[in-house]
Design a binder for this molecule. Structure first.
Ligand code: GH3
Ligand code: MG
Ligand code: MG
Length: 786
């Protein structure tokens, strides 16, 4: 091979095996000092290597036998001084793969798509040439001003962290303590680099962490990776060019001309810039070049297409996606929510109302407050910048031991909690918050540097609403936060009182009941729980009409409510069922009280539409703390058993709990072979006082339907992919039992055909896995409320 005339004395030689011409060309341009040879196959590579003198080898794993080849090279002593890197597909970003390639003396892994500048910098630093200055991105001075100083500190801190690691690296081989220390440092780097706009830095830190965890690493491997990280820090942060335009643009997606004109006109009155589109491809292009503050998507236009668009937008491009639905509730609302829409509103609503939903959180009411807890002040600084730009008031706390004081002093609307902190862990705080009557309902988002299955599981189990993995991407962070805040605000407005009866809703009642119970237990007081269900209410509806039924329900609720004190909890538990919790009240007192209520209700003469007159009654079951249980869930279960007996013995009576009767009533039956998912759903249900029974197989489920007391009023969650029977077959068998059940299918595999079949059979819905827990819980709660 002849070489060009411009060879420099300090020339370094590099061999590319299987890499693209484009990469080759780019590299020669970026680093003229490096001589690059190319080989297409392992055989060609061998021929080149025989020539000798290579400083760096880069091998693409797409080349046949490439890994085998690497393994052989590892044992060739003459090539000991040659650095090596491999290009892998992204799905191989797994510890065991990295472990394997490192054992073949590979010091750097690149993932497709390969960025030529990145490879050039790596080679240059690997062969100890001056790192070429290739800006990754163009500058945006405006953004730089806001994030600049923070970024400077960030770089300094991490630079010294990396330098220290390089110094310590030689000791790691002998001293496990040093190795662990280094591993922790790498872990921290992994968490923070990407968040500050150094995604490749995170990639390298992840490799470093893996190597330190699984191997007894060669100091040179560690220092090489450290050097690569330093090189990254010298580059410009991508965070600097994160999109940030001055005027917010609202995307309006509809094919209805009248609607788009009305919306655009109303928007211009309010000084909102709009962009009207009705083609998904256009939207995707626009997203890349400009920044959208919100989007309005008309679901009327073309449903599947639109839902996909919502999904796409909500997945990190736009934080407020407003769906326009054909009606105010029902399926379209659920579909929109499931796709990730922030709000849904009827398409017939006024343009001003629709646009008001697209405004940032802060202008929709008072400024919302967020408390961020993380022991890393740099992460806090970054969170604050993002949250403030969303119009949220933010306070950062880096000493978790001051958490409770801060909570009292600041009274936030939401909490962001770091998972790994010294002294107090995020999970502990989260659990404590959930258990507290005062803070139990606060939205909590966990921040974690790990996003493995086990961590997610623990996070949700502790009661967090959502979690964000470090390094976080700004759009995702915004989206998740606004989802939570938007939703919690809506929930607060809508679900405090039941609109028909004016009683507390179940959602609201659960924490209050827990609070009363903990008070009772602290003070050694008695407390009674009653479960009340109207008798033969269905026939009231059937005979006299739904409106009359509503009237009966309202009257009953009012009478029950007035029979108790202000501090007692009286709630509509669902349908025609009420729950009462009263402190300082024994079982006997409660029985007497409810019997009196029953008598006065039976005395009421209702009039049906055609002048017909009728009376109603209810049945009640009572349980008492501490005799019948010491948790709200178990006490209500006992009360429900007593209620069931009251029904069996002829209705219109109030009975107290006695554990001798075995009856079963579950709100939710779950047939699911994924144990982890089942556990997560179970925990979420139990946290809301929703009883649930889990079956691992279809056989278990069917057997229990035949042998045990039948499930009453249950919502059935059916996994489609159960090992012993497919979900649709099981559904058909369920229908054969003749009992009407409400069914939601869960599946990762159901195609269009199967989904249609399930809907045809009468399924309420089919949720695709991975399911959003919050969406599923909303379905369950809706089912229980009706
Ligand atoms: P039982 O004595 O065994 O409790 O018989 P039931 O008919 O009361 O029980 P069932 O659970 O079969 O029926 C409850 C009925 O309550 C069915 C449902 O339509 C009706 N219902 C639930 N919520 C409302 C409501 O808000 N308004 C009206 N009018 N009816 C409701
Ligand atoms: Mg009833
Ligand atoms: Mg009922």
């Amino acid at each position: 091979m002849t070489k060009g005339a411009t060879i420099l004395v300090s020339e370094k030689k590099c061999l590319f095996v299987g890499c693209s011409h484009h990469l080759h060309g780019q590299l020669r341009q970026i680093c003229p000092e490096i001589w690059v040879d190319r080989a297409e196959s392992v055989e060609e590579a061998v021929a080149h290597l025989k020539e000798g003198g290579y400083d760096y080898l880069i091998l693409d794993s797409h080349v046949p036998n490439s890994l085998e080849f690497l393994k052989q090279l590892a044992n060739v002593p003459e090539l000991k001084g040659m650095k090596r890197a491999v290009c892998l597909d992204r799905e191989y970003n797994k510890p065991h793969v990295i472990h394997a390639v490192v054992s073949m003396r590979v010091s750097r892994v690149f993932y497709h798509p390969i960025e030529p500048g990145e490879v050039a910098r790596e080679i240059a630093s690997g062969v100890k040439l001056k790192t070429p200055a290739i800006p990754l991105v163009t500058r945006n001075p405006k953004k730089e001003r806001t994030i600049g100083p923070l970024l400077q500190t960030f770089k300094e801190v991490n630079r010294s962290r990396v330098l220290r690691m390089m110094v310590e690296a030689p000791k790691a081989f002998h001293d496990p303590a040093v190795r662990r220390e280094l591993e922790r440092d790498a872990h921290k780097l992994k968490g923070s680099l990407g968040s500050f706009g150094f995604p490749r830095g995170t990639e390298i830190a992840a490799q470093l962490e893996t190597i330190l965890r699984y191997d007894n690493p060669d100091a040179s491997v560690v220092t090489d990776l450290c050097r690569s990280i330093l090189a990254q820090l010298d580059l410009e942060s991508e965070a600097l060019v994160a999109q940030n335009s001055d005027v917010p643009i609202v995307l309006i997606f509809t094919s209805d001309q009248d609607l788009s004109v009305d919306l655009a006109a109303a928007a211009s009155e309010q000084n909102i810039r709009t962009l009207v589109l009705n083609n998904v491809t256009d939207v995707k292009e626009i997203i890349l070049s400009s920044s959208l503050s919100a989007a309005v998507v008309d679901l009327h236009t073309d449903r599947e297409d639109c839902l996909q668009l919502i999904r796409f937008l909500a997945r990190g491009h736009v934080s407020r996606v407003v769906a326009l639905t054909a009606d105010s509730g029902g399926q379209s609302l659920m579909n929109a929510a499931e796709a990730g829409a922030w709000k849904a509103i009827e398409r017939t609503a006024s343009p001003h109302k629709i646009l008001s939903l697209t405004r940032p959180l802060s202008s929709a009411g008072g400024q919302l407050r967020v408390l961020c807890v993380d022991d890393d002040p740099l992460v806090l600084g970054q969170l604050k910048t993002t949250l403030n730009s969303m119009g949220l008031q933010t306070r950062g706390l880096y000493e978790p031991q001051r958490f409770w004081d801060e909570l009292e002093a600041w009274v936030p609307d939401m909490i962001l909690l770091d998972l790994d902190m010294p002294c107090v862990g995020g999970l502990e705080l989260c659990r404590a918050l959930r258990a507290s009557a005062r803070w139990g309902e606060l939205p909590i988002i966990m921040i974690t540097a790990r996003d493995d299955h086990d961590t997610k599981f623990r996070v949700f189990r502790a009661g967090a609403d959502d979690f964000i993995a470090k390094p976080f991407l700004e759009p995702e962070l915004r989206q998740r936060i606004s989802n939570r805040l938007g939703r919690s605000r809506v929930e607060r407005d809508e679900s405090e009182r039941d609109p028909l009866t004016g009683l507390l809703t179940r959602r609201k009642a659960v924490p209050l009941l827990r609070r009363l119970l903990s008070l009772a237990s602290q003070k050694g007081l008695e407390m009674s729980f009653a479960m009340i269900d109207l008798d033969r209410f269905k026939s009231v509806n059937d005979t006299y009409g739904h409106a009359t039924g509503d009237q009966v329900l309202k009257t009953t609720a009012r009478i029950v409510q007035t029979a108790f004190r202000d501090g007692d909890v009286v709630a509509r538990w669902g349908g025609e069922e009420l729950v009462v919790g009263a402190c300082r009240m024994s079982k006997e007192m409660m029985v007497n009280r409810l019997r009196r209520v029953l008598t006065s209700i039976q005395a009421i003469e209702y009039r049906g539409p055609k002048g017909t007159r009728f009376h109603t009654s209810f049945s009640g079951g009572i349980a008492e703390f501490p005799a019948d249980g010491d948790e709200v869930n178990s006490l209500l279960e006992e009360a429900d058993k007593a209620l069931y007996r009251a029904k069996e013995e002829g209705r219109a009576r109030v009975l107290t709990a006695s554990s001798s009767h075995e009856v079963r009533r579950v709100d939710v039956a779950l047939v699911e072979d994924d144990v982890v998912l089942a556990e997560v759903i179970r925990d979420a249900c139990e946290a809301r006082c929703i009883s649930i029974e889990h079956f691992l197989t279809a056989t278990d489920f069917l057997t229990s339907l035949q042998t045990a007391v039948p499930l009453r009023q249950s919502l059935i969650l059916l996994d489609y992919d159960i090992p012993d029977m497919d979900g649709l077959t099981l559904y058909r068998k369920l229908i054969e039992t003749g009992v009407e059940y409400k069914v939601i299918m869960l599946s990762g595999k159901m195609g269009e055909e199967e989904t249609l079949q399930a809907l045809e059979l009468g399924a309420e819905n089919c949720l695709q896995k991975p399911i959003y827990l919050s969406v599923l819980m909303r379905y369950i709660e809706r089912h229980l409320e009706t």
